[in-house]
Design a protein around this ligand. Structure first.
Ligand code: 13P
Ligand code: SF4
Length: 354
């Protein structure tokens, strides 16, 4: 639906008043009405790098979710303030691993005698606490666009990987990109004593996958893939690696949001694509590529928006920009110094990956 013209005008005026003092980042899953005001858009990896691209900006308004804003705070200077337009924009996957649970898990690995040879690799979609744990124990962060490189690096440092918190990205990368088998992976359930695993199972595994997942991508199924292939002959199925392993195995291509956009840009006119990722992005791509005679459809019509990404809407953006323009700092995301120093170590290891 078209945006309220009054709000559009207010956002434009406030942004203009702030000028170089504000830098607006927008993740690909954001609403059109928000993306319109973003200075840069990207996947999680690109936005982590871009966050530090404008050191003269006093305010970084992060249109995305909480863990992204935390990462931006960690990667930017102390005088830059990172602002999340709605503090309730979290990520259910990131919430699936708490510092306490991960400390317990590390105790279980220590008990099994494998902590010394295990390297933690944590998905960007995790809290700053989990990133700090990762940094403290010699590990790295990864995103969906560099997970393979992160695992290659980790297996040079140790014999096993503890992958947090998305079991699907961990499993998909291990099996699809690293040639491991499903039997090399075990799932650690933080709600069970010892993760629901015996010490022997822990010792035998190469990949210890945290039992976390994305509730949006978790809804795509092999049936979604089969149905779209039956409906649209010749369709290319392209999914995000947060999808379940069997969905990824049934797809033609797999990649991050940035990869998905590049794949469609490179696709020939007349080609047909079914995309398995968040709806705001797929809708925007369907509109954009219709003009180039590329048909883009949603992989499964019953899957919908990421509800927390969607919390950032035009009214929240207007309120944020107007508050900042009046000199009132709102919704600042600030990671404490101790957490920041270890989390930064892990993020910098990611940024240094070849
Ligand atoms: P990317 O933008 O890195 O593909 O990640 C998708 C996602 O779920 C972010 O929350
Ligand atoms: Fe988190 Fe999934 Fe939403 Fe990404 S799409 S922010 S992983 S809930």
């Amino acid at each position: 639906s078209p945006s309220d013209p009054d709000l559009v005008e207010r956002a434009r005026a406030a942004k203009e008043k702030l000028g170089d003092k504000v830098f607006i980042l927008g993740h690909h899953y954001q609403r059109d009405e928000v993306i319109e005001f973003a200075d840069v858009t990207g996947d999680s990896f690109k936005l982590a790098k871009d966050a530090a691209a404008k050191p003269e900006a006093e305010y970084i308004v992060f249109c995305g979710v909480h863990f992204m804003a935390e990462s931006a705070d960690i990667l930017t200077s102390d005088d830059q303030k990172v602002v999340l337009p709605d503090l309730a924009a979290g990520c259910s996957m990131a919430d699936m691993a708490t510092a306490e649970q991960v400390a317990e898990c590390w105790d279980a690995l220590t008990e099994a005698g494998i902590a010394g040879v295990t390297v933690p690799v944590s998905y960007m979609n995790s809290s700053a606490d989990i990133k700090a744990f990762t940094g403290k124990h010699g590990g790295t962060i990864c995103t969906s666009s560099n997970a393979k490189k992160a695992l290659e690096w980790a297996f040079e440092q140790g014999e096993k990987v503890l992958f947090l918190p998305d079991q699907h990205l961990g499993r998909n990368t291990a099996v699809r990109d690293m040639g491991m088998s499903l039997d090399d992976c075990v799932v650690y359930n933080p709600h069970k004593p010892n993760g629901g695993l015996t010490a022997e199972q822990l010792r035998d595994a190469k990949m210890i996958l945290w039992r976390g997942h994305c509730s949006v991508h978790g809804r795509f199924s092999v049936d979604s893939v089969n149905d779209v292939r039956a409906r649209i002959p010749g369709v290319n199925v392209l999914v995000h690696p947060e999808c379940k392993h069997e969905v990824v195995a049934a797809a033609d291509y797999v990649g991050s949001t940035e990869y998905i956009i590049k794949a469609l840009e490179a696709a020939p006119a007349g080609s047909k694509w079914a995309i398995g990722t968040e709806l705001n992005l797929v809708r925007r791509l369907a509109n954009r590529f219709a003009a180039e005679d590329k048909e883009v459809v949603f992989l499964d019509k019953t899957v919908c928006f990421c509800s927390t990404m969607n919390r950032i809407d035009l009214p929240h953006l207007v309120w944020t920009l107007e508050s900042l323009a009046e000199g009132t700092l709102v919704n600042q995301i600030q990671v404490d110094k101790e957490t920041e120093s270890f989390a930064k170590l892990a993020l910098e290891r990611m940024l240094a990956l070849p």
